[in-house]
Design a protein around this ligand. Structure first.
Ligand code: SIN
Ligand code: CO
Length: 408
């Protein structure tokens, strides 16, 4: 019989509710989140050895930690059609989109392949917990947690990303080479976004528990050194100004629907006889000027609700299933006193002052103060438990529960 040793899986802790922003963090190499944001965020790379000290500690005690998520579980997840997954092979480069059957994924020892799984925070609690460590950065900037698992030599090739990323080594070793080169031309003959010229300036081998932070546009190439190498990337997003403004304006335009005054038709009893019939009437220009003033289009507050709603939209591939939400309204309110309501992992919540947006919708408008408080707790602390007051007509918490946006 073969003797085998089952190592204890790494169980990432949930970050505390109140993050100590001015204290040194191992995760950030002994600097505080405040210092990190000032010196590195969106500016320069940072390599952190032992960002997760548990790995080194366990190794010193002779009991190295195992995978937080096993390869089998990752392979199974890659077979789910709602998960965005990609299989990339090197030598020569090839690329396929999931879902994948177990047989189509090479064995861990096979060289030169990697499987990438997006949005893992919604698929596994360990990934959601790792994501919680990064809540010193606004939720509006967060994209998702991607996990890559690879055979030796596996990687996605030298490339650059347009976004900030924390690359956490979780299993096996990965060799990272980076370059702050100006030339970011892509090779036009490949099915992947791979740089035509990559001139590595720095190189490190990352062990489990090490982390590399990269701001946007730093060229990088990560190659797995061991079978089953896992890298967890916490990725951020940043829309173009054009997109933010367009989305804000579009929602503002939609909201005019709710202003009864604007439903009235243009009236021009003061129109005089004109000799320039082809011109847009002065009277119309005068009235539109007046209406625009009333809308306060020159004030940013007018646009912010639309922008907050837009940034709280879930990922396009997110799917919510309300069929599990079977409680009646009264039962829901009763349960809420005993159990915590939490956002479904694909739900996005954003606050604009005291107004809370969930999955693109304003949830606090016209709601009781108890419900508003509940939403504020959900957005800030990501949970709520408590009493709601008596009868709550159009309880938006209950509606979100029925839609599968909030779960117990
Ligand atoms: C990987 O985990 O292999 C790729 C991550 C990246 O380079 O963005
Ligand atoms: Co990258």
């Amino acid at each position: 019989m073969t003797a085998f040793y089952l190592s204890k899986p790494y169980d990432p802790p949930q970050a505390p509710q109140n993050l100590p922003l001015d204290r040194p963090w191992a995760l950030l190499g002994g600097i505080s989140p405040q210092q990190f944001m000032k010196t590195y965020w969106h500016k320069k790379p940072l390599l952190v050895r032992g960002a997760i000290p548990a790995f080194e500690l366990a190794k010193q005690m002779g009991e190295p930690l195992g995978n937080a998520i096993s390869p089998e579980v990752l392979f199974k997840i890659s077979g789910d059609e709602v998960v965005e997954s990609r299989l990339i092979k090197a030598k020569p480069w090839s690329f396929a989109n999931g879902p994948f059957k177990k047989q189509s994924i090479p064995s861990l020892e096979t060289p030169d392949w990697t499987l990438l799984l997006q949005g893992m925070e919604a698929r596994h609690p360990a990934a959601a917990k790792v994501l919680s460590w990064f809540r010193f950065i606004p939720d509006a900037r967060l994209d998702d947690l991607m996990i890559s698992i690879a055979g030796p030599g596996g990687g996605v090739g030298p490339h650059f990303d347009s976004y900030d990323v924390f690359l956490i080594q979780m299993s096996g070793r990965r060799r990272w080479r980076i370059s702050e080169q100006k030339d970011l031309t892509l090779n036009p003959n490949l099915p992947l976004k791979i740089l035509q010229h990559f001139n590595a300036e720095q190189e490190w081998d990352l062990d489990p528990g090490d982390m590399l932070y990269l701001p946007p546009h730093v060229a990088h190439d990560g190659v797995a050194l061991d079978a089953g190498c896992q890298t967890w990337s916490v990725g951020f997003r940043a829309q173009s100004y054009k997109e933010i403004l367009q989305e804000g304006l579009w929602r503002l335009a939609e909201s005019l629907e709710d202003i009864p005054e604007l439903h009235k038709h243009f009236a021009d009893p003061k129109q005089t006889a004109t000799s320039a019939a082809e011109q847009l009437p002065e009277e119309m220009i005068r009235q539109v000027t007046q209406k625009l003033k009333g809308l306060k289009l020159d004030r940013v507050e007018t646009f912010l609700p639309g922008i907050a709603a837009y940034l709280s939209e879930p990922k396009p591939q997110a799917c919510f299933d309300g069929s599990e939400s079977k409680l009646s309204h009264d039962e829901f309110v009763r349960q809420l006193r005993k159990r915590a309501l939490v956002p479904q992992p694909q739900t996005r919540l954003l606050a604009l002052g005291g107004v809370i947006y969930c999955n693109g919708e304003n949830m606090t408008d016209g709601q009781s103060s108890a419900i508003k408080t509940a939403w504020r707790s959900l957005a800030a602390k990501r949970h709520f438990k408590g009493a709601l007051g008596q009868a709550e007509p159009n309880n938006s918490l209950f509606e979100a529960y029925e839609a599968g946006w909030l779960i117990f």
